[in-house]
Design a protein around this ligand. Structure first.
Ligand code: ASP
Length: 359
């Protein structure tokens, strides 16, 4: 299946303030219309590896059986969170500066605009499920640290060590290389001859400084839900919270429009409310692909004025209520990819690298 935009007539009409004014007070309201029926149910994730495919299979099982979008999103996110090889999400995620894995996740329901999130959650493999319970079973949006863990325990989540051997070794190498002046390091490091080939053989690159997953779904009723889950910036300061659990930054969902999620440097995403911005742009009638690109443009326009050497790492994915989707990233040697599952089958969709401008 191709993104449906080309097959459908894209009509937008300005109607002045009114519908949706409570949610989007600053925009005049616009009506999105399409010819033909929407593609639903459908589920997408920013993950494009084999685990992303397995996650889509799991979410699709729920949707195919008539299940709701939130349950499908949770099932899919749990698959990615449980992958020990994935050093950016859940179990096996890279730890903070002290070697402790602290997870962030958010969940949002586009029908009720309810949301739940956890930040700096330790020892629980599936933070997205805890975030979903915060959304469904509390009157709050965000629980952090010890409070989030206590909440998870009350709901029967099992505590376990999330630091895999792979993640521990990567962390240890980071710690040893952090400074030539501290007391940590291999003999080579300590003698300041660190470029020796042997030192780099086992871990030639510490690649995953960022990494997260977004899962967004529309069920057969047209209800939309989304989740963003991550181990966050690797080696972050203890207690650092990224964009993933911040509603409007790492995730936003609105049944009347669609949903968007972010990965990449959370600090940029928080300051630009990027997911909310993408949904606002889609409400204006802009296609998801274009809306993702425009969010990148918005961030670049702001921060390159201050720092001309600003080359951020964000990647956005979005879907509108018609089942059209897109993704864009700001850096990368190859175009960003995402996974998509609908009654048309599974596909890996390729977005574009936008506004990089890197020489
Ligand atoms: N956005 C995440 C964070 O800043 C990391 C990532 O997506 O790469 O915590």
């Amino acid at each position: 299946m191709k993104n449906q935009l080309s097959r459908r007539k894209f009509v937008t009409s300005a109607m002045g303030a009114g519908t949706g004014a409570l949610i989007f007070p600053q925009l005049s309201s616009l009506t999105l219309q399409r010819e033909g029926s929407p593609v639903r149910p459908i589920i997408i994730t920013s993950h494009s590896n084999e685990t992303g495919k397995l996650a889509m299979d799991a979410g699709w099982e729920v949707l195919k059986a008539g299940g709701n979008a939130a349950d499908a999103v949770e099932k899919a996110a749990n698959v990615i969170e449980a992958d020990p090889e994935d050093t950016s999400v859940g179990y096996g995620g890279l730890p903070n500066e002290h070697g402790v894995v602290q997870l962030d996740a958010s969940f949002m329901d586009g029908k009720t605009y309810s949301a739940g999130a956890v930040a700096c959650l330790e020892n629980i493999k599936t933070p997205s499920s805890v975030a979903k319970l915060v959304m469904q079973r509390t009157d709050h949006v965000l629980l952090v640290g010890a409070g989030a863990l206590e909440f998870a325990r009350v709901w029967g989540f099992r505590e376990e060590n999330l630091l895999t051997e792979k993640a521990r070794k990567i962390w240890l190498r980071w710690k040893e290389e952090l400074s030539p002046d501290d007391d940590w390091g291999s003999p080579e490091h300590l003698q300041n001859i660190r470029k020796k080939e042997s030192y780099y053989r086992d871990f030639p690159d510490i690649e995953h400084h960022y990494g997260t997953t977004n899962v967004l779904a529309i069920d057969a009723n047209g209800d939309i839900a989304g989740c963003t889950t991550t181990s966050g910036l690797s080696f972050k300061l203890n207690g650092r919270v990224g964009d993933s659990p911040i509603i409007g930054a790492g995730l936003y969902v609105d049944n009347e429009v669609g949903a968007a999620g972010a990965t990449g440097r959370g600090e940029d995403v928080i300051k630009s409310c990027a997911s909310y911005y993408i949904v606002l742009r889609m409400k204006e009638g802009i296609a998801p692909q274009k809306a993702c690109e425009e969010a990148l443009r918005m961030i670049i326009d702001r921060y390159r004025k201050i720092n001309s050497d600003f080359y951020p790492s964000e990647k956005f994915v979005a879907i509108n209520r018609f089942g059209e989707y897109g993704c864009a990233s700001m850096t990368g040697k190859r175009n960003p990819q995402m996974s998509v599952m609908s009654s048309n089958g599974f596909l890996r969709h390729e977005g574009i690298v936008a506004y990089s401008g890197r020489p």
